[in-house]
Design a protein around this ligand. Structure first.
Ligand code: PLP
Length: 346
């Protein structure tokens, strides 16, 4: 792997220091970013430290459920990636171990603020905006005009042509839910979602699945993070990326150490690496397009410029609280999922 080979002599020094600190322990990581990034991070970190890492990709809400379920005897050491408000919910339930990463001082203000908000239990590692992507060939074949706003997506012409993730499992979809509540007010947001559900042909488990389906021409429009849509476009799909006209929300992706980890030193090494410039650059090297938290890491060339997007002042403290999550998801289940005509979740 070219990226691994380019790590060079500095890595060797880091490696020997690392091995003094944590000799050949296993490390169990649940990863919520794209599977390509999960795999590259595993390979690079193993190469650098000699540690044997088990890396499994799961959606953000699924990781929260797993960490909760294992509270008495944790098997997971590190939760890497996924939307930050879900990490904050875990911090609020006392499921995470405080740790300040070595590279903290090099991180951008939004990442530092996020870390403080978590009580020092989750570190911001990347950011990105929410939106949707549509397959221009697919919409042309179906003879329907393209959408540019959230409100367009409820138009009858899109019946059965939209996919979105399920916020019970997907951090992307929970960000969408919280974004709409902040944009429209809570009651109006649920009215909007109930209307949108009439057009949804599938509520997917993972956040990237809707744009991946749109990229393959299986649906017309996929609601997702904009950087996930960029990745599909760069791979050659006829994907048009939309930052909705009313404005949108964003995520701060995070990393955290699970409380009661059996491998605390290896877990800290992983978090330090995740925030280091080399660790952050595994994002671009694996074809992903999030904005890195470390100011010394280079930006993926195709990362969306979020300063050009109309953005809500996302309230991480409110939407990262366990009570809000429970309440909003219960309401989503009753007022949106149970009334929707579709369609199996997958
Ligand atoms: N994909 C990308 C590119 C992300 O940035 C994130 C969140 O951090 C996710 C997926 C989250 O996945 P999910 O919605 O399946 O929890």
């Amino acid at each position: 792997m070219k990226f691994i080979a380019s790590l060079g002599a500095g890595a060797a020094v880091w490696l020997s220091l690392s091995l003094n600190a944590a000799s050949a322990q296993d490390l169990n990581v649940l990863c919520a970013v794209q599977v390509e990034w999960c795999q590259m991070m595993e390979a690079v970190f193993e190469e650098k430290t000699g540690l044997d890492v088990s890396m499994e990709r799961r959606s953000t809400g699924e990781i929260l459920d797993r960490v909760r379920a294992e509270r008495a005897a944790p098997k997971i050491d590190v939760w890497w990636g996924g939307t930050g408000d879900t990490h904050l919910q875990a911090a609020g339930e006392d499921l995470l171990e405080p740790y300040q990463p070595k590279n903290f001082e090099d991180t951008l203000p939004w990442a530092q603020n996020f870390f403080l908000m978590s009580g020092g239990k989750a570190a911001g590692i990347y950011a990105g905006a929410l939106g949707f992507g549509y397959n221009s060939d697919f919409l042309a074949e179906h003879g329907v005009a393209a959408p540019s706003c959230w409100k367009d997506l409820t138009a009858p012409r899109y019946k059965g042509l939209v996919q979105m993730p399920n916020p019970n499992s997907s951090g992307t979809a929970y960000t969408m839910l919280a974004t709409l509540v902040q944009l429209l007010g809570e009651d109006e947001a649920f009215e909007y979602l109930a209307a949108l559900a009439k057009n949804i042909d599938r509520f997917t488990t993972s956040g990237a699945a809707p744009v991946q389906a749109a990229a393959r021409g299986e649906t017309g429009i996929g609601i997702s993070f904009i950087h996930d849509a960029v990745t599909q476009k760069l791979a050659g799909a006829p994907m048009v990326i939309v930052a909705p006209c009313e404005g949108t929300g964003y995520e701060i992706g995070a990393v955290s150490i699970v409380k009661g980890t059996r491998n605390p030193e290896a877990a800290r090494l992983f978090v330090d690496f995740a925030l280091s410039p080399e660790g952050q650059e595994t994002c671009a090297a694996s074809g992903q397009n999030q904005i890195p938290a470390n100011a010394k890491a280079s930006l993926p060339p195709a990362a969306p410029d979020i300063s050009l997007i109309r953005m809500v002042d996302y309230d991480f403290a409110t939407f990262g609280s366990p009570d809000q999550r429970r309440r909003l998801l219960d309401r989503f289940d009753k007022e949106v999922l149970q009334t929707a005509t579709p369609v199996a979740t997958q």
